[in-house]
Design a protein around this ligand. Structure first.
Ligand SMILES: Nc1ncnc2c1ncn2[C@@H]1O[C@H](COP(=O)(O)OP(=O)(O)OP(=O)(O)O)[C@@H](O)[C@H]1O
Length: 266
């Protein structure tokens, strides 16, 4: 795709497992490692990237010279979202084809500026948007976000199966809300059970990219527009995202054969 080297879908089967939180922090972690990164919020009905990136309500993208939109800039990354086009306080009462049309327009009519990675924050489920993405553009891989409990894993499995059906490699699984961590007393509890991420990674012959705790700070920082990776760059959560970013970049380059080029000369 024009202006983009690698497209990565961040997906989950189930809603509310932290997919948007992982997308924005992973994007910022990749940017911190020197990559040029963009985020496309494909959640048309419930976009959250504008808020998570701290873009002020009512900010609109500028038109480029060629019928395209310029993405907005936030914390050093480029971003496009339905939230930049509509009043986010009003519900979008749209039928499926209109939603797909809006997604396609954002996908093809955004003038991304020389990105190494475009992360697409997918809506939950395995429907129209997922199929449109796989059919319209070459997707380098998918990152699956899940929480460890059975009900979320059930849906995460469907997400993995769907990407396999459309020949998109699964780069790995991020287990979110692995462990509840009380920031006051330090108490930890596996509210959603343990081992879910490992089991699913083993089942589908992929890797666990990282595990994130359920903590107040992740929620507060991300929802307030200054995600953990920019607010607490040296904190444990940012370290985890740095590792996830590294593994994602490695998995993409391994899949695409971007290894070093060796040449011989006399
Ligand atoms: N590890 C975490 N600890 C605490 N809060 C979290 C964590 N991950 C996500 N949250 C919070 O949970 C809520 C839902 O997260 P998020 O919007 O990222 O989920 P989602 O999977 O993208 O949801 P959907 O796709 O259904 O909109 C947000 O308020 C977010 O801040």
């Amino acid at each position: 795709m024009d202006g983009v080297k690698h497209i990565i879908a961040v997906a989950s089967g189930k809603g509310g497992v932290g997919k948007s939180t992982v997308t924005v922090n992973l994007a910022l972690a990749l940017a911190a490692q020197g990559y040029r990164v963009g985020v496309l919020d494909a959640d048309i009905y419930g976009p959250s990237q504008a808020q998570m990136l701290g873009v002020k309500e009512g900010t609109r993208p500028q038109a480029a010279s060629n019928d395209k939109f310029l993405p907005l800039q936030a914390h050093g990354i480029q971003a496009m979202s339905m939230a930049f086009m509509v009043n986010t306080r009003e519900p979008m009462v749209w039928r499926g084809p209109m939603v797909v049309g809006a997604f396609q327009q954002m996908l093809t009519q955004t003038q991304w500026d020389n990105l190494d990675f475009l992360l697409i924050d997918m809506p939950p489920g395995t429907g129209d948007i997922q199929l449109t993405l796989a059919q319209k553009v070459p997707v380098a891989g998918a990152v699956i976000v899940t929480t460890p409990q059975d009900i979320a894993l059930l849906d995460a499995r469907k997400g993995i199966e769907m990407f396999r059906k459309v020949n998109v490699p699964v780069l790995g699984v991020v287990e979110n809300m692995s462990l509840y961590h009380c920031e006051k007393c330090g108490h930890e509890a596996a509210i959603f059970g343990t081992g879910g991420g490992d089991n699913i990674a083993q089942e589908y012959d992929t890797q666990v990219l990282g595990r994130l705790p359920l903590t107040l700070s992740i929620r507060e920082l991300t929802d307030s527009g200054r995600p953990s990776v920019v607010s607490e760059p040296d904190g444990a959560v940012s370290q985890t995202f740095a590792t996830i970013a590294q593994k994602v970049a490695e998995a993409v380059s391994a899949n695409q054969g971007d290894g070093p080029t060796i040449s011989f000369s006399e």
